[in-house]
Design a protein around this ligand. Structure first.
Ligand code: HT7
Ligand code: ZN
Length: 853
């Protein structure tokens, strides 16, 4: 396979100043006529990318042209002049496009997905992000079948054609790379709002969906308006187009796509009402709508020079969407809740990636298939790197850097180095060492030793850092690590300070410390590192109770829980008292309480072990949770009652937090005594007015194998039959059910796949069953018989023939095979090797080969 290297970057030898695209949309065969106004920038032939296309004809300056070669990946045109018009006619087949890249059909409507390399499946082009072109697009289609015709920018003309066809012409005033091109054609309805920007210009906001879904678009529209307002206020960035459109599609490989002025979204991140969407869905919609909108500046106005720079736009935009959601929480405590959620995701998914065979720097050096690099490392760790810059420079310094970034690079395709240079130049910040965060993979480990000298009244921290080897990087230079720190002494006030760890070993001596303090370090998770600091339980309990940094309160209780579960230690009496106090504290946010009670995820626990027996970890966690349930049973009952909400449903953060805590209490009740409390869950399910409470109760009834489970599942199914997003939840509950004591659930999952509503070509449905089981049900998947791994094998292979991107995500479920105990390891290894004996897509092959390396 071809391996692409970052260091091989070559600037294009031609510019495409303008493109005029004309589509004759037909699901079986769509004709694309493309006229490119081109300019030579360097010597050589013109090499255009094109895949799964049929070339019809080529003309140069309106003359038929034959001096070219074409193969299944490229069209090479020779002996071209300095400036010329190149006209290409070709066709593609949307109906048989199950990869959902390029032009495809979903529920009889046309959609496109061009990032990263989908445009080449539409027509021949310089399909790379550093070629910025002005697009004018004419769409021709049957008027009855495709009454709505959309593309990027402004609608400049529309009209009727012969034979019941019609057309629309769209012009995008902003030059853009081909990955931001989009078209949509079909039967859709719209929710519209007007928006007046800070500077007084009028904008049209539209959300396009299928007619049956129109009533569920209000929250997405509100989220869009909040996003526009927030970007004006916090970053001083205004919407630059007259019209901003969002379109929802049921078949989509990822969450959403930021095409200029025409964002295309997975329905999952657009449609919501209280009966079909949970509080988490509402929050996710707000965050994804924000993310795509924020890309308009960080990604579209300033884009990436090449795909190795993906984190330039993704890390920065995730940082922006995280800040947006945090600000919208409306309180400091809400901010902490958001931060905890983000850190949990990082530690559960990104830390394992960074310790496994697919580990890569946030700016990778090589790839076989770029689609495999839309990772939690590029996105979430990328956002952490931007956040560290924010911590080091402060809000004012960071904003100075952003201002310089847009002043220098608006309308350009640039690199991560360019971004870092703006941050450095605007602040006289020396970024030389900080850049290792971009070039080195792996999670740094920071070890801390403390020493208090009672005579000298000094407190000394001995801090060291190491970073484990990762593929192709055995030795690492020390990172520049910002650690927000505070020394806590009961009854005394003190200030937070920043330790900038730069050396491999560094000593920090603090003077005039009158009594031995309790260390609160890496507050707010100021650096994405693993902290090795043996802090005794009494100090952790003090932090849990008293730290004025709420993130570190949560961190302290998580540390205690991890230690206890991994060492099979029952919760101590003081710990139970600590929990009890937390439960009864009326000043604390219910959402924060719920996060404190939630035990660390099994994948996170696995990372802390040398080798893993997933069944032992699972049962240790289940047992520990049960003890917490039983010992605090009265408090759980009280918490359940105290957090019932009488007012009408609203997904706001306060009510959502109450529901989360109440449903956690319900879980603890069922966990401690199913027979006694299952009726409460069933009552909740029958009487509630919202999906959050319904789904929470249903999950518990199914996962605890209540006698009400079958009836409850049936009730859900009858109520939501025909609603794809709701049915995804119905499937996912069953696929995430942990096995009973010694039973296997693989057969149940195989049965789920035979259900008439299971669709292998729909990524959401596939993820709700197959990915959920293989990646979100550790005890079920890692069955000692190896049947889970066989299921994985069958499905990766089957999916690869349909949609390689979705298959490659699933392929990653065995990434960490080397970490497991020998019997598990052996079976995983043989399944990986067996998979490699098949003809595979580049996507899946890269994942499997790296896993086996
Ligand atoms: N920038 C978008 C990436 C994306 C994508 C990539 C590959 C294949 C399908 C895709 N759909 C969307 C999403 C984002 O980060 O906003
Ligand atoms: Zn993004």
């Amino acid at each position: 396979p071809t391996i692409f290297l970052r260091e091989d970057y070559l600037a294009p030898n031609f510019a495409i100043d303008q493109v005029y695209l004309e589509f004759s949309l037909n699901p079986n065969k769509t004709i694309v006529k493309s006229t490119l106004h081109m300019r030579r920038l360097g010597p050589g032939s013109l090499v255009l990318k094109g895949e799964e296309l049929e070339l019809i004809s080529i003309a140069v300056n309106q003359e038929d042209y034959r001096d070219f070669e074409v193969n299944s990946k490229e069209l090479t045109v020779h002996h071209l002049p300095e400036v010329f018009d190149l006209e290409i006619n070709c066709s593609n087949q949307p109906n048989i496009n199950s990869s959902l890249m390029g032009l495809y059909v979903s529920n009889d409507n046309f959609f496109t997905q061009c990032e990263a390399e989908g445009f080449r499946k539409i027509t021949y082009f310089l399909d790379q992000p550093d070629v910025l072109t002005k697009f004018t697009v004419k769409l021709n289609a049957s008027k009855v079948d495709y009454p709505v015709l959309l593309s990027n920018g402004n609608l400049i003309e529309e009209g009727e054609l012969n034979n019941g066809w019609h057309f629309a012409v769209w012009e995008d005033p902003f030059p853009k790379p081909s990955y931001l091109f989009a078209l949509v054609a079909g039967k859709l309805e719209v929710l519209e709002r007007q928006y007046i920007t800070n500077s007084g210009s009028k904008k049209l906001l539209q959300i396009w969906v299928e007619k049956k879904d129109l009533s569920r678009t209000k929250h997405a529209m509100e989220s869009l308006i909040h996003s526009i307002e927030w970007d004006e206020k916090r970053f001083g960035l205004e919407l630059d187009l007259e019209r901003f459109m969002i379109v929802a599609v049921g078949d989509f490989n990822m969450g959403a796509m930021e095409n200029k002025g025409l964002n295309i979204f997975n329905t999952k991140y657009v449609l919501a009402d209280q009966h079909t969407a949970t509080d988490i869905d509402f929050a996710n919609i707000e965050s994804v709508v924000g993310h795509e909108y924020f890309h308009n500046w960080t990604g579209n106005r300033v884009t990436c020079r090449d795909w190795f720079q993906l984190s330039l736009k993704e890390g920065l935009t995730v940082f922006r969407d995280q800040e947006f959601s945090a600000d919208l929480m409306g309180s400091d405590s809400g901010r902490t809740v958001k931060r905890i959620e983000d850190v949990r995701l990082l530690r559960q998914v990104q830390f394992p990636e960074d310790a496994g065979p697919m580990a890569h720097p946030i700016r990778p050096d090589s790839y076989q298939e770029i689609n495999n690099f839309y990772t939690v490392t590029v996105y979430e760790k990328g956002a952490e790197v931007v956040r560290m810059l924010h911590t080091l420079l402060g809000e004012t310094g960071f904003m100075k850097g952003m201002k310089l970034y847009f002043a220098r690079h608006d309308g350009q395709a640039v690199t991560c180095d360019d971004f870092l240079a703006c941050m450095a130049d605007a602040n006289q910040f020396d970024a030389k060492q900080f850049q290792y965060w971009y070039s080195q993979a792996g999670t740094p480990q920071v070890s801390i030793k403390e020493q208090y000298n009672e005579v000298a009244k000094t407190y000394t921290l001995q801090i060291s850092q190491t970073c484990p080897p990762t593929p192709n990087q055995s030795v690492k230079a020390p990172f520049h690590i910002p650690l927000k720190t505070k020394l806590l002494v009961p009854g005394q006030a003190s200030d937070e300070f920043l330790i900038e760890l730069k050396e491999t070993e560094q000593q920090v001596v603090l003077k005039n410390i009158q009594t031995k303090p309790i260390l609160s370090i890496n507050r707010d998770f100021s650096a994405p590192v693993i902290l090795n600091f043996d802090q005794p339980e009494n100090e952790l309990l003090f932090l849990f109770d008293q730290d004025d940094n709420a993130f570190n309160r949560w961190e302290a209780i998580q540390k205690i829980a991890s230690n206890n579960i991994l060492n099979n230690i029952a919760p101590s009496d003081p710990l139970i008292e600590g929990y009890r106090k937390l439960m009864l504290d009326p000043t604390l946010d219910p959402a924060f309480k719920e996060l404190c009670f939630t035990l660390p995820a099994e994948t996170y626990l696995h990372e802390q072990l040398e080798t893993v027996d997933p069944q032992i970890v699972h049962h240790a966690k289940v047992h520990y949770q049960n003890v917490l349930g039983v010992r605090l049973i009265n408090e759980w009952e009280n918490l359940y009652e105290a957090n019932l909400i009488a007012s009408p449903y609203s997904p706001n953060a306060v009510d959502a937090g109450k529901r989360a805590l109440k449903n956690f209490a319900l879980k603890m009740l069922l966990d401690s005594n199913l027979a006694k409390f299952e009726a409460i869950a069933f009552e909740q399910l029958k009487n509630c007015d919202n999906m959050t409470d319904f789904l929470a109760a249903l999950t518990l009834l199914v996962h605890y194998e209540s006698s009400f489970a079958a009836e409850a599942l049936n009730l859900f199914y009858q109520r939501h039959q025909g609603n794809d997003l709701a049915l995804d939840k119905w499937f996912a509950i069953q696929a995430s059910k942990p096995p009973k004591q010694s039973g296997k659930i693989v057969q149940d999952i195989r049965k789920l796949k035979l259900h008439s509503d299971f669709k292998m070509r729909n990524p959401n449905r596939v993820r709700s069953v197959i990915h959920t089981f293989c990646m979100n049900n550790p005890a079920g998947f890692h069955d000692a018989s190896g049947e889970g791994y066989e299921f994985w094998y069958d499905n990766v292979l089957e999916l690869d023939g349909i949609n390689p991107q979705v298959a490659a995500r699933l392929a990653r479920a065995l990434d960490r095979w080397k970490k497991f105990d020998a019997p598990y390891q052996a079976i995983m290894h043989s399944q990986l090797e067996k998979l490699l004996t098949n003809p595979l897509s580049n996507d899946v092959k890269e994942v499997i080969q790296k896993a086996l390396n």
